[in-house]
Design a protein around this ligand. Structure first.
Ligand SMILES: [Zn+2]
Length: 480
């Protein structure tokens, strides 16, 4: 067969699968007729909330907490939503990050148009960075999807499990499946993530029930980055309850928090770089620099790198040491790769990063996406020593850690400084300790490992919190 005929057949096959825009309209209309048209909806139940990016081992499920109560009210007309939830840790607790928090964690999360905030107590806490996602979540719900598809000139194609209806809202592309019963069975979209790039967000809706003429799923499961972040067994649904949210003034005037960097020399050629929720430690070698930890995001990395260049001009950052693969500790690593640094990390993280970093990054392209280069890694198993020009730094795997299976700590033997992440977080003087249980299990294990390895730190430079004498670790571990 000639190439021309093949091409004609391919075009015909393609056209056969694509329903017209007119079809999308009729698909949406009949789905709305079946599911019931609502201006607002409230659904509640129990289920699970899991912590994205806090897996115990790279490439495994996000650690789960139990939702003992959950209720969400959405007003589609005013584009606002209120989510109220209470979660507790399962017993026995699962391994991984974001825990332990002890007792009940009660949250009230709100969005109204472009404004997002939390209001667990009487004072609103602006959440500028969360607004996009909270708004998008409204349009991922079954009725929200139909409304957004109608508003955004959706197209329709025959897809697996029914008709796939697609539209673009702002920078987000959203697909939804309308099944043979005219119900929204699934929605998919992508959110920008510093580790995973364009991260797949899939929500499935099943076991629909009739609530006074409005159909709503009794099972909702959302997966982000391949694993469940949320699941709900719906026990009650009320339509057209309305939602009257007044955006507090403090939320209206809030802006994205500035990246703040404050550095402190803690030994010769050693700086503690703080100023935000996560720290880094800069170590100077004769010919280059080594940075310990690239937390959060490219914005944080750029500010920390700028500080390093100010502290030690003209030396390149040759190595970036990454303690573990939790997203809040790994979100800025790619920026160092773009800067030409080699990443030192646990060998088990390398295939995970290689896969995650090869994903497309159209929603929030970073430096490495704009100017790609192959990341270079130094794998660590149990111990790695970076000895060069009379300077030494030792990297150890923290054995038996239940926060992250591959977590590494760094020890500067001459300076007797220990750098660790998440196992011990000392608060600044005068700052009240967070309510709930402190992670004593992590500290006890960390201390045991330090003893076993015969390390003799006198100072801890933690990757959260402030620099303190090692005696504080002993105190928290209950041995002093
Ligand atoms: Zn962690």
């Amino acid at each position: 067969m000639s190439r021309k005929i093949w091409a004609a057949l391919a075009v015909a096959a393609l056209c056969g699968g694509i329903a017209s825009a007119q079809d999308a309209k009729s698909v949406l209309q009949s789905a709305t007729r079946t599911m019931g048209d609502v201006n607002s909806i409230q659904f509640s139940g129990t289920g699970h909330l899991s912590q994205l990016g806090q897996a115990f081992a790279p490439g495994t499920a996000w650690p789960e907490t139990n939702l003992t109560s959950y209720s969400k009210t959405i007003d589609y007309t005013s584009k606002s939503a209120k989510e109220e939830l209470t979660r507790v840790e399962p017993n026995p607790p699962v391994k991984g990050g974001g825990r332990p928090f002890g007792g009940e964690d009660r949250q009230v999360n709100l969005v109204s148009g472009a404004y997002a905030w939390d209001q667990p107590g009487s004072n609103p806490v602006p959440q500028v960075a969360a607004a996009d996602e909270r708004q998008l979540q409204i349009w991922l719900t079954p009725h929200g999807f139909l409304k957004a598809a109608e508003e955004n000139n959706a197209s329709a194609t025959k897809g697996p499990g029914g008709i796939t209806v697609s539209f673009t809202a702002g920078k987000f592309k959203v697909n939804g499946t309308i099944d043979a019963q005219n119900m929204v069975a699934k929605t998919t979209t992508w959110l920008p993530n510093p580790v995973l790039g364009d991260m797949l967000v899939e929500t499935t809706y099943s076991s629909y029930e009739d609530y006074n003429g409005v159909k709503f799923p009794t099972t909702i499961v959302q997966k982000q980055g391949g694993f469940a972040t949320f699941d709900l067994k719906v026990t009650a649904v009320k339509a057209n309850t309305g939602l009257n949210l007044l955006v507090p003034d403090a939320v209206k005037t809030a802006t994205m928090p500035q990246v703040k960097v404050v550095s402190e020399k803690i030994a010769d050629g050693t700086w503690f770089i703080a100023g935000g929720s996560h720290n880094s430690v800069l170590v100077e070698y004769p010919a280059y620099l080594v940075m310990i930890e690239a937390p959060l995001s490219e914005a944080r990395s750029l500010a920390v790198i700028a500080e390093a260049k100010k502290l030690v001009p003209k030396k390149p950052i040759k190595y970036l040491i990454n303690t573990h693969n939790h997203f809040d500790h790994a979100g800025g690593v790619r920026t160092y790769v773009a800067e030409g640094a080699t990443v030192i990390t646990n060998e088990m993280n390398i295939p995970f990063y290689e896969k995650a970093w090869s994903a497309s990054r159209t929603l929030a392209p970073d430096m490495l996406a704009k100017d790609p280069k192959k990341p270079e890694f130094v794998p660590v198993k149990e111990k790695y020593v970076l000895n060069d020009g009379g300077r030494s730094l030792e990297i150890y795997h923290v054995d038996g850690d239940t926060h992250n299976v591959g977590i590494l700590m760094v020890y500067l033997p001459k300076e007797k400084i220990l750098v660790e992440a998440d196992d011990f977080t000392p608060d600044a003087p005068g700052v009240p300790a967070p309510s709930g249980a402190r992670p004593h299990i992590f500290i006890t294990n960390l201390y045991k490992d330090i003893q076993k390895l015969k390390l003799e730190p006198t100072t801890v430079a933690p990757l959260h919190g402030v620099v303190v004498p090692f005696a504080e670790v002993k105190k928290e571990a209950g041995v002093a």
